[in-house]
Design a protein around this ligand. Structure first.
Ligand SMILES: Cc1cc2nc3c(=O)[nH]c(=O)nc-3n(C[C@H](O)[C@H](O)[C@H](O)COP(=O)(O)OP(=O)(O)OC[C@H]3O[C@@H](n4cnc5c(N)ncnc54)[C@H](O)[C@@H]3O)c2cc1C
Length: 296
């Protein structure tokens, strides 16, 4: 059996101490949350941190709370708690749906929101709905806290704008506007909804009083080096009534603008075909939800 490389291990009970230790460790420092990515990566040798800082003893990093103008989710909140949170389910349906199809219940009971963002997988289930819901990350650093839209955090597979010592402390979800609806769909490698995504699609629409589309967001997973907004497809929808033809045209545009690679999980052409099907279905679901006035 492969042995883990030696590393220094810390469990600080104070956020500033955690930032200080990680900053001092430089490139070799890694925050540890649920460990469902990091520990696996350390065992396979993909990650070889020299310093691991477990965040679990730092108070105030876990839970979903109402906040001014929205809801705030602590970075250490488990995916299972996001799935079952009424605050998330009622106003941020795509995120609740995505949390419900991330891996299996045992993994969802360990995996955290901050870890999902920190891992920056192109196949992430949580990043697309966070972008649809216009989520903003609060990040603690040596220079103090700062806010960054989740959309701007990802720079490549496994890469983010986070600097050495940066720790995501929470994610703010702004309240959804009236007549907003959203959806998240994915197809996993073994055909089940809970495997790593071959393709994932999150969609959100805002309708006007007459039922026309005021604004739309479509975010794709597993078809680019980072979660990808289908901007051209979003433009197809703007200002139009959401007829079958319009939603189909947007889905076709999304399929045309993504440029996935072929890998062990799926061929590029299969992914393109899936983007078209899932985008159309996700848009229909988002529009239906917006019309029904139910949980958005
Ligand atoms: C069997 C299995 C199936 C999986 N299936 C899926 C799936 O279907 N969809 C999916 O999206 N993912 C899946 N994953 C991946 C994983 O479960 C998620 O990415 C999870 O959310 C990671 O969270 P964690 O708390 O375990 O992160 P960790 O493993 O603790 O950390 C992951 C990375 O994020 C960094 N990090 C952690 N917390 C923070 C923070 N607060 N601030 C800054 N950086 C931080 C760490 O340093 C590390 O680089 C699967 C994993 C396994 C083992």
């Amino acid at each position: 059996m492969k042995r883990l490389r030696e590393f220094a291990y810390f469990e600080p009970a104070d956020l500033d101490d955690a930032v200080e230790i990680l900053s001092g460790a430089g490139q070799g420092g890694r925050a540890l949350a649920g460990g469902t990515d990091l520990v696996v990566d350390m065992k396979t040798g993909r990650m070889r941190p020299t310093t691991v800082v477990n965040l679990k003893r730092i108070p105030g990093l876990e839970g979903v709370q109402p906040a001014d103008g929205g809801s705030r989710i602590g970075a250490l909140t488990k995916v299972a708690a996001i799935e079952s949170s009424s605050l998330v389910r009622d106003g941020h349906r795509a995120l609740a749906k995505a949390a419900g199809v991330l891996a299996s219940p045992p993994v969802r009971g360990m995996a955290t929101l901050g870890g999902n963002i920190g891992r920056a997988s192109p196949a992430s289930d949580l990043a697309p709905p966070l972008i649809v819901h216009r989520a903003v990350a609060t990040i603690e650093s040596r220079n103090g806290p700062r806010d960054e839209p989740v959309e701007g955090l990802f720079t490549g597979p496994g890469a983010t704008t986070l600097a050495t010592g940066d720790i995501i402390t929470s994610i703010f979800l702004p309240d959804s506007p009236p007549r907003f609806g959203s959806a998240h769909l994915k197809i996993g490698t073994r055909g089940s909804g809970t495997d790593i995504a071959m393709v994932g699609v999150s969609a959100g629409v805002i309708l006007d009083a007459a039922g026309g589309i005021v604004d739309a967001r479509i975010v794709l997973a597993s078809v680019a080096p980072t979660p990808m907004r289908a901007l051209k497809a979003e433009q197809v929808l703007a200002g139009l009534a959401p007829s079958d033809e319009v939603l189909e045209a947007a889905a076709e545009t999304a399929a045309g603008e993504c440029q996935p690679i072929t890998d062990l999980r799926a061929s590029a052409s299969h992914r393109v075909a899936l983007v078209r099907v899932l985008t159309r279905r996700a848009l229909i679901e988002a529009v239906d939800t917006a019309r029904s006035g139910e949980a958005a």
